[in-house]
Design a protein around this ligand. Structure first.
Ligand code: PEP
Ligand code: MN
Length: 350
C-alpha cells in the first residue's frame, strides 16, 4: 500500500447479504474506473452502539458475506474488532484488515488484549515450535487504529505501539471527537509518527453526509494517506449511521472531481487546520456564553436588577487580567477583547 492512497469504503454495518453484495457491486464499478487508489471494502459486523436496543450488527454470519465480497468482486475486506473473540473469528474468516474503533481505542486494556490475540494467532512461530505456519490462517494485511473518542494523542500513539508489536503494518485513522475533527491531536500523532500512514474518516468525524465532501479535501491539503468513508447503496435505509453514509454514486462523483495534484504535507496547512479548530471552539464558547448571559438577563429582569452591575464587572476585569497573565497574554489585549464581549453580553440582556 506504500505510496498509494488507500480508500476503505463500504457501509457502516453489514446488515444483510443482499445489502452487502449490492453495495460491493456498485463500489467495484467505481474501483474499476479509478485505478490510482487502493480500494478496500469495509463493513462492521459487531457494532458498538450507545443504546442496547439499537442494531448491534449481524455478527459472525456477516463474515461469510464479506468472504463473498472478496470472492465475487476481488476486494480486500475490513471489519471492526473489539474483543479477542472477534479477532479469532475475523482472522479465521480471512478478513484482510482489522480496525479498532474509537470507543475500544479509548480502553488500553481492550487494545492490549486485541493486540495479544492477533499476535497469538499470527506470530511466525520459532523453528522449534511444532505448530506449522502452513495451517495457520494468513495474518491480516494491516491493522487500523482509530483515534480514541476523547482527544488523547498519547493514548492513540500508545495503541499504535501496542499493535506494532504484532509485526503487522499499522495505519492510523483520524475520525475526530464528538462529530468534529480534532486536528491538533492528529497533527501531534503525525509529527510523532510520520512513518505511520494516516487516513481520514470524514463520516464519523462529521456524522453528516453533507459535510463529507468538504472534509475529504483535507486528504490532499494535509498530505494524508487516504480515507475510510461510509458508503451504502441506500443510506436512508441504513440500520446504523444513516445520516452520514453516502451512495456509491456520490462517492464516485467525489473521486471524479478530486484534484490530481500531488500530495502536499504542508506544515502550514496542518497549523491552519489547528487554527480553524480553535476558532470553532472560540465561537462555540462565545455563543454558549451569550446563551448563559441571556439566562442571567432574564433572572435580573425578574428581580428588577439592571444589566450592568459595576461590582461584578470590576471583579471580572481583575479575573481576566489574571487569566491573561497566567497564559502569557497581554492584559491590555485581553481587556480590550473582554470589553467587546461584555458589551455584547449587556446588549443581549436588554
Ligand atoms: C465505524 O467505523 O463504523 C465505527 C463504529 O467508527 P468509530 O469507532 O469511529 O465510531
Ligand atoms: Mn458507522
Amino acid at each position: 500500500m506504500k505510496g498509494e492512497r488507500c480508500l476503505i469504503v463500504g457501509p457502516c454495518a453489514a446488515e444483510s447479504r443482499e445489502q452487502v453484495l449490492e453495495t460491493a457491486e456498485q463500489l467495484s464499478d467505481v474501483r474499476d474506473r479509478f485505478s490510482a487508489f487502493h480500494f478496500i471494502f469495509r463493513a462492521g459486523v459487531w457494532k458498538p452502539r450507545t443504546r442496547p436496543d439499537s442494531f448491534q450488527g449481524a455478527g459472525e454470519a456477516a463474515l461469510g458475506w464479506l468472504q463473498e465480497v472478496k470472492e465475487r468482486f476481488g476486494f480486500e475486506v475490513a471489519t471492526e474488532v473489539a474483543t479477542p473473540e472477534h479477532v479469532e473469528a475475523a482472522i479465521k474468516a480471512g478478513i484482510d484488515y482489522l480496525w479498532i474503533g474509537a470507543r475500544t481505542s479509548a480502553n488500553p486494556i481492550a487494545v492490549q488484549a486485541i493486540a495479544a490475540a492477533i499476535a497469538d494467532r499470527c506470530a511466525v512461530r520459532p523453528l522449534h515450535c511444532k505448530t506449522a505456519n502452513a495451517v495457520r490462517p494468513a495474518p491480516p494485511a494491516g491493522l487500523l487504529i482509530k483515534n480514541p473518542v476523547n482527544a488523547d494523542a498519547a493514548l492513540w500513539l500508545g495503541n499504535i505501539e501496542r499493535l506494532e508489536r504484532t509485526g503487522i503494518p499499522v495505519l492510523a485513522v483520524h475520525r475526530g471527537c464528538s462529530h468534529q475533527p480534532c486536528w491538533h491531536m492528529a497533527h501531534e500523532v503525525r509529527l510523532a509518527r510520520p512513518d505511520i500512514p494516516m487516513l481520514l474518516d470524514p463520516s464519523h468525524m462529521s456524522g453528516d453526509a453533507a459535510k463529507v465532501p468538504e472534509l475529504i479535501k483535507k486528504i490532499d491539503e494535509l498530505g494524508l494517506d487516504g480515507a475510510m468513508i461510509e458508503v451504502h447503496a441506500h443510506p436512508e435505509q441504513a440500520l446504523s449511521d444513516s445520516e452520514q453514509q453516502i451512495t456509491p454514486l456520490a462517492f464516485s462523483r467525489w473521486l471524479l472531481a478530486k484534484s490530481q495534484e500531488p500530495r502536499v504535507n504542508s506544515e502550514l496547512n496542518w497549523l491552519r487546520a489547528e487554527i480553524d479548530e480553535l476558532d470553532d471552539t472560540l465561537w462555540q464558547t462565545i455563543a454558549a456564553r451569550m446563551d448563559v448571559s441571556r439566562r442571567i438577563g432574564a433572572w435580573k429582569k425578574e428581580h428588577h436588577m439592571p444589566p450592568l452591575q459595576p461590582d461584578r464587572y470590576q471583579t471580572m476585569v481583575e479575573r481576566i487580567s489574571e487569566l491573561a497573565n497566567e497564559r502569557g497574554l497581554s492584559a491590555d489585549f485581553a481587556l480590550r477583547l473582554y470589553d467587546l464581549i461584555h458589551a455584547e453580553s449587556l446588549n443581549q440582556q436588554q
